[in-house]
Design a binder for this molecule. Structure first.
Ligand code: NAI
Length: 278
């Protein structure tokens, strides 16, 4: 798929993977529409890209707010006339033992990580199809959406759901004869600010006994993580080659086979060896 001169949309573009995606798409000569819940980091990205000559539309929004996402889509189509590459990327980490954590933890993770993706699909995809051009939707799930991650219940539940939404979307695009394709971005550890996700949480979580352990899991993931720019390279490659699953870490590939084999035999899948353990 040709990228130059086309239009990319990235949510969660103020930091980490989203910022790297926006920068990479700009470097490919795309126009970009970026959104984030955090104003200052988003302004910073907008300034940076504008200085490099990229046409940018920036919108502060909460991806969990359906109306706000639809308004963002209206603005993007008004400004650029089309959207070709949609990255539903904004996400937050919320961990903890599945029987300990309050419903509000699950609700927040699902609101951002699942509903954010669904709102993005529903606000943009019908008009992308109508536009008649080739195009691509990349939803950021996680390896935690392919392997259930202990002590990451709210996150893992939301990421399995985001993954499922992406696989449904990919099938439906093919079955309906659309020229659009979809990919599930499933990163392993990436060096971003995901371990500080609570900075964007509307109401703080009640502390539970497993907090220190959970904080350690996510801090380790980020500390050993690959640079976000490397993820952006892989996304561009997958869009160009129309690959569905973007697994940023090859080390997880054998685990996928082992998982399928275990499930086929009716067994509980092993944790991938490189996952932190209690
Ligand atoms: P990050 O924290 O650096 O960036 C996430 C961005 O999303 C931030 O700019 C944040 O302000 C924004 N955001 C949070 N809630 C929002 C909301 N309700 N509406 C709009 N924007 C919101 O973290 P990172 O790692 O770049 O996260 C990007 C995606 O990658 C997330 O979906 C995350 O779950 C996923 N991911 C990250 C991994 C990692 O190791 N960093 C591994 C696997 C997946």
């Amino acid at each position: 798929e040709r990228l130059e001169g086309r239009v990319a949309v990235v949510t969660g573009a103020g930091s980490g993977i989203g910022r790297a995606l926006a920068e990479r798409f700009a470097a490919e000569g795309m126009n970009v529409a970026i959104a984030d819940i955090e104003k200052e980091p988003l302004d910073d990205v907008r300034r940076d890209l504008t200085e490099r000559g990229t046409p940018v539309l920036a919108q502060v929004l909460d991806v969990g707010d359906e109306q706000a996402v639809h308004t963002f889509a209206d603005r993007a189509f008004d400004r650029f006339g089309a959207v070709h590459l949609l990255c539903n990327n904004a996400g937050v980490f919320s961990g903890g033992q599945i029987w300990s954590r309050p419903a509000s933890d699950f609700a927040w993770a699902l609101q951002v990580n699942l509903w954010g993706v669904l709102h993005g699909i529903q606000a943009f995809v019908p008009r992308m199809i109508e536009g008649g051009d080739e195009g691509h939707i990349v939803n950021t799930a996680s390896v935690a959406g392919l392997f259930a991650s202990p002590f990451s219940g709210p996150y893992s539940v939301s990421k399995f759901a985001a993954y499922a939404a992406t696989e449904c979307l990919a099938h439906e695009l093919v079955i309906t004869g659309s020229k659009l394709r979809a990919s599930a971005l499933c990163p392993g550890g990436v060096a971003t600010r995901i371990h500080q996700s609570d900075r964007n949480r509307p109401a703080p979580s009640a502390p539970t006994g497993d907090q220190a352990f959970v904080d350690q899991i996510i801090a380790d993931t980020v500390a050993g993580g690959i640079p976000p720019a490397q993820v952006a390279d892989q996304v561009v490659d997958a869009v160009r080659t129309q690959r569905f699953l973007i697994l940023t870490h090859d080390t997880y590939r054998p685990g996928l086979t082992a998982r399928a084999n275990a499930l086929t035999a009716g067994a509980l899948p092993d944790l991938p060896d490189y996952e932190p353990r209690a």
